[in-house]
Design a binder for this molecule. Sequence first.
Ligand code: HEM
Length: 414
Amino acid sequence: MTDGAPRRPIGMALTAHHEGFRDDPHPIYDALRSHVPRHHDPDYGRILLTRYDDVRRVLRDRNYGVDARRTREDSYMRRVAGTGVRERSGDTAYEPPLVLLDDPGHRRIRKLMAKAFEPRAVEAMRPHIEAMAAELLDALDGVTRANFISTYAGPIPTRAILEMMGLHDACVDDFKRWSEATLMGYDPHRGADAQGRLREAFLAMARVFREAVEERRAAPRDDLISAMVRAQEAEDRLTDLEIVSLCTQLMVAGNVTTSDLIGNGLHALLTHPEQLARLREDPACIDAAVEEMLRFDCPITETARIPFAADQIGDCPVQRGDTITASLAAANHDPHVFADPHCFDIDRDSSGHLGFGSGIHVCLGASLARLECRIALTAFLRRFPALRLDPERAPERRRLPFFRGFTSLPVLLA
Ligand code: HEM
């Protein structure tokens, strides 16, 4: 950086593979934001943005896209976007996900999906989510130490999506495992083993979804897969492959991310006892608390955009086809927008945070994720008034770029 500043980190040092970055990326983001806010990372072939204004602008600028095929072969975007499933299997389960589709394909599919995720449709999920939380809490009756992730934060979002899809009998553990395996597609350092598990997971999920599509076509029900099948009969039809791919995406996009929000949120509360006390005293603060959790420790730390033409981001020229990585986590801690940004404060105004992105790709499942997190944390705190971190077992963070969360969060319940 400038004289006296630390060396510019690149490549793996800017991912959760690096211990220091995994534990707390903010000292590095702060230094980059101050010294090189548009940071060229030659190792990963990308430009990393850390200022809120740059990040928000690029996410909302229609002259930037997301289709990895528009970027260079060796770019970071290509390395993380390819699953290898399409190339290696005749029985393909892979279509570019919505989040990697440009218009007109993006507009068409987003429109067809949007209705299912409108606040009213999501609100109808409330009793189901409350029942799931209660059932998981009952299973913890008499237990004094637990891993919050595996026993509680993990299963709720998987069950919620399966419920929306009408797959009541599907095995939650299988889907959780397949979703985790699929995330490896976002790791540029994944080896052949991980690639193999990723491919198997895609194909296994596709088999279940394809069967469900056949069943709904024969006998429609009141669920999301039936709604997608009905959309096939409309003018702007979805193909079977698109439906299967959308189901896979919803499973992956909405599952681990939401578990991570619930886990990161509880961790923030337990490490800031005064904030926990404040929430216990006034549980109605939960909505604001969840927004602050999304700002303070957001589950998706980065996303990427590709300029359609040469452009300028601040003082940094960018070329058509470059990979621009926009750090949502760094933007959410920009002191020009959020005063005292590293302070977790559920009473602050966190609106404008970029935890769900911004612009045309803004998270489709944001209302669902918010509802799940509010219900899950409220119910857990109510059930365990003496809840605290387990002093004998340290929490563990996932070692994967983009998806920031805990694989293990040990707590004492009594
Ligand atoms: C706390 C949990 C979640 C977080 C932090 C999160 C975060 C995000 C972010 C940052 C994006 C935008 C990526 C970009 O602009 O490149 C996104 C897009 C998306 N999310 Fe979420 N998400 C969460 C939960 C969910 C849920 C529950 C679902 C659905 C079940 C979901 C479905 C999607 C879809 C389909 C997109 C792509 C939208 C598009 O490209 O138009 N997400 N999410």
